[in-house]
Design a binder for this molecule. Structure first.
Ligand code: ACO
Length: 432
């Protein structure tokens, strides 16, 4: 427990098989109390059981603070609402990774790096040819990120970390945009150094060689906001995966590639795609959203209201609040009328009044409205989770870097309670 922000408070007492043990407790900078069980097994022979790690602090971190009861999210101490209103994705990326808001010189250097490393090796383009046109872009994204380690073999755990961070941040948007172009059979559009991070991504996705394409300001701003809101979320499934893989001293590209795979799942980042699939289903079924509320309440149906519920937020997700307002604004500015937005709002309204959702503290999460904005922006559904990955990248990097810089960090290796067969003798095939 080496962080000076962690103060040793009282001890906790554990009585196990009539024997009493004292366990140190620590308090973080926001008053959260943790019981240090690192010596538990060696002292008592017992371990803790915490399926889904809902009560396990896997690390100390100074990056992101969430108070799920109050709906608070802060990056490095700055409220998400302020960053969403006043900052931009490049600055937020710097803040997360390096711990402070950059001054002018630092920002210029960072921006220069982000633009001047955005090309991918021409040989990497050949990899795209090997994927079928139906390949999900998340599969392509994770493969391509992993393959970056082949192009930067010096990218080992102890490599020039800062350079690899810049490389990865700047190349991910090129990789993502190329995978989209490949899926629609259009020629790749190369990155441009004069554009912002978000505008460059949109330019690479939507420009075609036959005409001049100016990225509309409304799209650039909408994407920048989405990326900021997704940039970090402490020890969620994909971030814990990045730390887990990184804890074996795997290189940055390998660790992030694993995080991309974890994000893909429909219970995590893949939910934004599933929300639209769900809303389309409701629309095609005559818009009877009450039927789907009832289905979500019926455990036998296995149907879940996608974009609803969160492990940590038990009041509201501050990101969803910002995005709901943004969805209205962006659709209006783009002149898009989307019946899906009305279905989503109706679903939310009725669910928030329903005892099933109230008792379980189920509220819309960040994915509930993000898909509607992406749709209005012309981004295809199977690219939604890729956009999420683009946003989450600085958070993953910051967490990987923090773990790497933590003195005495150990390989992640949880234990288990074995519930299988006890010892038995092998039976020859003819006797089974
Ligand atoms: N629809 C209907 N019921 C739900 C939903 C939902 N979306 N989410 C949770 N519940 C119910 C569960 O069935 C459970 O009910 P029970 O107590 O009667 O058994 C109760 O609410 C608690 O849910 P858990 O699944 O135990 O909560 P957990 O913290 O493990 O899971 C999760 C959180 C995965 C986000 C869950 O709410 C869910 O599957 N939501 C839908 C998928 C989704 O939107 N994921 C995106 C999350 S945000 C992100 O990752 C970026």
């Amino acid at each position: 427990m080496e962080n000076e922000k962690m103060t040793l408070t009282k001890t906790a007492k554990l009585v196990l098989q009539e024997q009493e043990y004292e366990l140190p407790t620590f308090t973080g900078s926001e008053g959260e109390v943790g019981i240090d069980i690192s010596q538990l097994r060696s002292k008592t022979g017992a371990i803790t059981a915490d399926s889904g790690y809902g009560n396990t602090g896997s690390c100390q971190s100074a990056i992101t603070f969430i108070d799920g009861e109050k709906g608070i999210l802060r990056y490095r101490g700055y409220p998400i609402e302020e960053l969403a209103e006043k900052s931009n994705f490049t600055e937020v990326s710097y803040l997360l990774i390096f711990g402070h808001l950059p001054n002018k010189k630092e920002l210029e250097k960072f921006q220069f790096g982000l633009t001047h490393h955005s090309l991918i090796h021409e040989d990497m383009k050949k990899f795209y040819e090997g994927f079928p046109p139906t390949a999900h872009p998340m599969g392509i994204l994770s493969s391509m990120v992993s393959s970056l380690s082949a192009f930067y073999p010096e990218a080992g755990y102890n490599a020039d970390v800062e350079l690899n961070i810049i490389r990865l941040l700047s190349k991910l948007k090129t990789i993502a945009a190329f995978s989209y172009k490949k899926s629609i059979g259009q020629p790749y559009v190369y990155p441009r150094n004069d554009l912002s991070y978000s505008a460059d991504m949109l330019h690479m996705m939507f420009a075609v060689p036959s005409e001049v394409y100016e990225v509309p300001k409304v799209l650039e701003e909408a994407l920048d906001l989405l990326l900021i809101l997704h940039a970090d979320h402490e020890q969620n499934c994909s971030t814990s995966t990045v730390r887990m893989v990184g804890s074996s001293e795997a290189n940055l590209f390998a660790s992030i590639s694993a995080g991309i795979c974890a994000l893909w799942g429909p219970l995590h980042g893949g939910a934004n795609q599933q929300v639209i699939t769900m809303l389309e289903k409701i629309r095609d079924d005559g818009g009877d959203y009450k039927k789907y509320i009832n289905l979500a309440k019926d455990k036998e149906s296995k149907f879940k209201l996608m974009g609803f519920g969160h492990r940590v937020y038990k009041n509201f997700d501050p990101r969803a609040k910002i995005l709901k307002a943004s969805a209205d604004k962006v659709l209006e500015q783009l002149g898009v009328k989307d019946p899906m937005l009305d279905i989503a709002k109706n679903l939310e309204e009725i669910a928030l009044k329903d005892p099933f959702f109230i008792e379980r503290k189920l509220y819309p999460n960040v994915d509930f409205y993000s898909g509607i904005i992406y749709r209005a922006m012309g981004i295809p559904t199977n690219m939604f989770t890729v956009m999420f990955a683009l946003g989450r990248l600085p958070g993953w990097i910051a967490q990987w870097k923090e773990m790497r810089e933590t003195p005495g960090a150990r390989i992640y290796r949880p234990r288990q309670i074995y519930v299988g067969e006890t010892t038995r003798s092998y039976v020859a095939l003819e006797k089974r």
